[in-house]
Design a protein around this ligand. Structure first.
Ligand SMILES: *Cc1c(COP(=O)(O)O)cnc(C)c1O
Length: 466
């Protein structure tokens, strides 16, 4: 059973790399042998084979990994998997360093922990209120111009840190065409939606034909300018990125893909090949990492990760603060850890290697970027800034900046911003407060006590203003 493929990312020294490659190769051989298929490397690289042989019980995991748990541990683990099921691809399993598995970042992301049963006082079942912001099943419409479209209910691997943990394993199904059509109809009826983000589950667990159909239907909608796909298959089952899939994706440009690497060890020769195929197809690639305790909560690990990503034509897009979903409390870090990581990247490495660190607001407020402070102070003609080295500097503001009053009458504006005559929507949020054409001077929370008092008093006075 010749296994030629090596699966290690470059490490500090060549001998270390060699040892790692040998380790992974040996584990792959052991796993395929134990799966009893007498398979050669061809089936290992077949994604249907990977899916058929996904590890779904602790016992299977023990047999294939050689790691043993005590009966007591197994009893506890069973309680976890009853609530949050287990599924690992043989490929991802082969990346686990079985000799040091307890602190292994691959193991931590794939294998259940009894800590998942801990309930934190801040845990919320659906922290991002995705269900509440869902106008039709499958669609989360949170932002003005883009929607999240859940087109698959299943994944190649069940990540232990999944934000949609509440749904994992519920329904390992692919929504039928009629369900998908309802989502498409919603998008069609909402001309402001110019960006559709296909998510799930993992959209790449759908068949090529089904993906082709969905992308085709979305492509027919004039106002949809771009389609994005979020997938973890390049990380947990890179063999899904087949030439046939590439052919389908290429037909529907512009397609952007965001993937989900969390640790440098996930960049193997197979995953790099998958990324290269996607990049060669002209698909801009981004990566969304989640900051996870015991996996990547370290500036050095994150720097190594972002460097490997850009070397493989993937732009680090977001670094997420771990959500408040149930069963994730042991993965959470303080926000300060994320700030420390960003501090270690900005200025210290290429600008395009630095992801935006975001906290997805509980309750559905969307992603909020958080940054170290660079703006130290300002006066009416000067700004005081600090750089990554700690140098404190000043920027002199222009003396002669002509202030424009903007009434949004672009046709008479000398800035020539009357772009395409397309519908102009009123601005929202803080930007609305900054604009001249909107008379709103304050945004007030719905249950502001002072305002409630004011309304009551007004009623008593019989609606006469003071
Ligand atoms: C993350 C997300 C998006 C996309 O946000 P971007 O900042 O444009 O990447 C859209 N809808 C929902 C509900 C999301 O959570």
């Amino acid at each position: 059973m010749p296994i030629k493929q090596s699966e290690a990312s470059p490490a500090a020294t060549p001998t270390k790399t060699k040892k790692k490659i040998q380790g992974i190769r040996q584990r792959q051989m052991r796993i395929t042998e134990k799966l009893g298929s007498g398979d050669d490397h061809k089936s290992w690289k077949d994604w249907f084979w990977q899916m058929r042989h996904a590890i779904r019980t602790v016992e299977q995991f023990e047999t294939l990994s050689g790691i043993k748990f005590s009966q007591q541990e197994k009893d506890k683990l069973l309680k976890v998997t009853e609530k949050f099921p287990l599924s690992i691809t043989p490929y991802y399993l082969s990346l686990i360093d079985t000799e040091n598995y307890k602190t292994d970042p691959i193991f931590t992301q794939a294998f259940p922990s009894i800590e998942e049963l801990n309930m934190d006082r801040c845990d919320i079942l659906d922290p991002l209120s995705e269900d509440k912001d869902s106008p039709v099943p499958g669609i989360t419409h949170r932002y003005p111009d883009r929607v999240l479209f859940h087109i698959s209910n299943t994944c190649a691997m069940y990540c232990r840190h999944c934000t949609r943990k509440r749904k994992v394993g519920d329904m390992d199904t692919i929504p039928g065409r009629s369900a998908i059509k309802k989502g498409i109809a919603y998008i069609k009826a909402n001309p402001r939606v110019r960006d559709v983000l296909l998510s799930g589950g993992d959209p790449f667990l759908l068949s090529d034909e089904y993906i082709d159909w969905i992308l085709g239907e979305l492509g027919k909608i004039d106002h949809v300018e771009v389609i994005r796909i979020g997938t973890r298959t390049p990380v947990v089952m890179p063999y899904r990125i087949t030439e046939d899939l590439i052919k389908v994706l290429k037909k529907h440009h512009p397609v952007w893909i965001n993937t989900h690497f969390n640790h440098p060890r996930e960049l193997t020769s197979s995953s790099k090949e998958a990324l290269a195929r996607l990049a060669d197809a002209g698909i801009p690639l981004g990566n969304q990492s989640v900051l996870l305790a015991g996996v990547n909560d370290c500036p050095r690990i994150m720097k190594r990760l972002v460097h490997l990503l850009v070397a493989n034509r993937v732009r680090p897009y977001y670094l997420y603060q771990c959500d408040l979903s149930e069963g994730l409390s042991h993965f959470r870090t303080p926000v300060g850890k994320g700030i420390e990581i960003i501090e270690s990247l900005i200025g210290h490495t290429s600008g395009f290697s630095v992801p935006t660190y975001v906290i997805d607001a509980p309750g559905g407020g969307g992603k909020i970027p958080v940054m170290p402070y660079y703006l130290i102070s300002l006066s009416t003609n000067k700004v005081v800034l600090r750089n990554y080295e700690g140098v404190i500097t000043t920027y002199q503001e222009p003396d002669s900046y002509k202030q424009y009053f903007c009434d949004r009458k672009c046709s008479t504006c000398d800035l020539q911003l009357n772009l395409d005559g397309g519908a102009e929507y009123n601005s929202e949020g803080i930007f609305k407060l900054l604009s001249d054409f909107d008379e709103t001077i304050a945004l007030t929370p719905e249950h502001n006590e002072r305002h409630i008092r004011r309304r009551k008093a007004k009623k008593q006075r019989g609606n006469f203003d003071i």
